[in-house]
Design a protein around this ligand. Structure first.
Ligand SMILES: Nc1ncnc2c1ncn2[C@@H]1O[C@H](COP(=O)(O)OP(=O)(O)OP(=O)(O)O)[C@@H](O)[C@H]1O
Length: 364
C-alpha cells in the first residue's frame, strides 16, 4: 500500500524554516511530493543564499520527520535553490530609504513627528525630503510656514515636472501646495493613486538618504497606493500614551504587517507622553496615562523610538512655521533628536538584516 501523503505532510509541518520560523509546508518550500509503497520523494525549495550548514540540517530534519511516521520509508529529497527576488526597479532610484509615518487615528501628532523627524535626520547629516501624503488634511504648508506657496514647474525633456519646495534645507511636497487646504477633496481610487504616484514620479526629488512620508491616519487608499507605488523601507508608528487609542494604533500598524504588504515596523514614537508646563520644565504630568507607546512597540516586536512631551511650544511652532526641533528649548529638541537617532539606527539594522521591501502587486 502506498505511504499516506497526508500523514507525511503533517509530519513535515514540524520542520521550520529557521529564517522565518514558519513551517516548511505553509512556507511552500515542499513541492512535487510523491510516494509509493517504500519511497517518499519531494523537492525542497531553499533560498540560494542559505548557508550549506542550514541546508543540510533542514534536509536531515525532513528525513527525520518522514521517518517519525514511516520508519521504513526511503526519503529522497531534491534540493532546489530559489533565486531571491530582487526588488523591482524603483521609480525613485535616487531615494535610498522611504519611511512612512503612520498612526491609527488622527490628531496624535503624526505630522508634527514627521517633520521634526525629517529635520532631526537632516541635523544628523542625512539628505532628507518630506512628502505630505495626507491629501485629506495637509498640514505641512502651515508647519513650514509655506501657506499659499506653489511649487515651480520645470520642463524636463518636454515633460512638466514639479519642483519640491525647500525650507530649512529639506525639499517638500504637499497637496496643500496644489490646492487650498480647506478644499481638501475626497479623492478615491484611481485619482488618488494618480496623485500619490505623481508625488513620486513627477516630482524632481534630489538624491535623498531618507524620504519621510506623512500618511493620513488609519488604513486607507493612500496607504495601499503607497505600498503599490514604491518599496517602503519601514514604518514609524505614532501614538499617544492612553490605552484606548491602542486598538486603533494596532489596526493601523497591522496593515503594514499583512503578509503581502510586509513593511517592517521600525518603531513607535509616543507623542504627548506627558505634559510639561513652560514655567516648570522639570515637571511631568501624565495626563493621558502611561505605557501606550511601549505596549505598541511590544505588539509589533519593535522598539520605542522615543517619547515626546506635550508642550505648548510644539503646538505654537507647528502653527507658526517654526518646527519645535529648531527652537531653543533643549528638552523638546533633545526628545526629537533622540527619535531621529533611534530611527537612523533602526533603519540601519533593518537594511542589514532584511532584503529590500518588495512592492505590493495587487490586481484590482
Ligand atoms: N507634543 C506635542 N505638544 C503640543 N502640541 C502638539 C504635540 N504634538 C502635536 N501637537 C499639536 O497637536 C495638533 C495635531 O498635531 P498633528 O497635526 O501633528 O497631528 P496628526 O496626527 O498629523 O493629525 P491629523 O490626523 O489631523 O493629520 C497640532 O496643533 C500640533 O501642533
Amino acid at each position: 500500500m502506498e505511504l499516506n501523503k497526508q500523514k507525511i505532510i503533517e509530519a513535515l509541518r514540524e520542520v521550520k524554516d529557521p529564517k522565518s520560523g514558519e513551517d516548511i509546508i505553509s512556507a511552500r518550500m515542499v513541492e512535487q511530493l510523491e510516494t509509493d509503497e517504500q519511497n517518499v520523494s519531494f523537492s525542497l525549495l531553499l533560498p540560494a543564499n542559505m548557508d550549506s550548514g542550514t541546508k543540510n540540517s533542514l534536509n536531515f530534519a525532513c528525513i527525520a520527520a518522514v521517518n517519525s511516521v514511516f520508519p521504513e520509508a526511503e526519503v529522497h529529497i531534491h534540493v532546489k535553490t530559489t533565486v531571491v527576488q530582487t526588488a523591482p526597479t524603483s521609480i525613485v532610484p535616487q531615494i535610498k530609504n522611504i519611511i512612512a509615518v503612520a498612526s491609527g487615528k488622527g490628531g496624535v501628532g503624526k505630522s508634527t513627528v514627521s517633520l521634526n523627524l525629517a529635520l532631526g535626520l537632516k541635523a544628523l547629516g542625512a539628505r532628507v525630503g518630506i512628502m505630505d501624503a495626507d491629501v485629506y488634511g495637509p498640514s505641512l504648508p502651515t508647519m513650514l510656514g509655506l501657506q499659499k506657496q506653489r511649487p515651480r514647474i520645470k520642463d524636463v525633456d518636454g515633460q512638466p515636472k514639479i519642483v519640491p519646495i525647500e525650507k530649512y534645507g529639506i525639499p517638500s511636497i504637499s497637496m496643500g501646495y496644489i490646492i487650498e487646504p480647506e478644499q481638501a477633496v475626497v479623492l478615491r481610487g484611481p485619482r488618488l493613486a494618480g496623485i500619490i504616484k505623481q508625488f513620486f514620479q513627477d516630482c524632481l526629488w534630489p538624491e535623498l538618504d531618507y524620504l519621510i512620508i506623512d500618511l493620513p491616519p488609519g488604513t486607507g487608499d493612500v496607504q495601499l497606493t503607497l505600498v503599490q507605488t514604491v518599496a517602503v523601507t519601514g514604518a514609524v508608528m505614532v501614538t499617544t500614551p492612553q490605552e484606548v487609542s491602542l486598538a486603533d494604533a494596532v489596526k493601523g500598524m497591522n496593515m503594514f504587517r499583512l503578509p503581502n504588504v510586509n513593511v517592517p515596523i521600525l518603531g513607535v514614537v509616543e507623542n504627548m507622553a506627558w505634559f510639561t508646563p513652560a514655567e516648570l520644565p522639570n515637571n511631568k504630568y501624565y495626563i493621558f496615562g502611561q505605557g501606550g507607546g511601549k505596549q505598541l512597540a511590544k505588539e509589533s516586536n519593535s522598539v520605542l523610538l522615543g517619547q515626546i512631551p506635550l508642550v505648548q511650544a510644539i503646538r505654537e511652532g507647528g502653527d507658526n512655521g517654526l518646527p519645535a526641533i529648531l527652537n531653543e528649548d533643549p528638552i523638546t529638541k533633545e526628545a526629537f533628536m533622540n527619535v531621529a537617532r533611534q530611527t537612523l539606527r533602526q533603519v540601519a539594522i533593518r537594511n542589514e538584516a532584511m532584503p529590500p521591501t518588495s512592492m505590493v502587486n495587487v490586481q484590482s
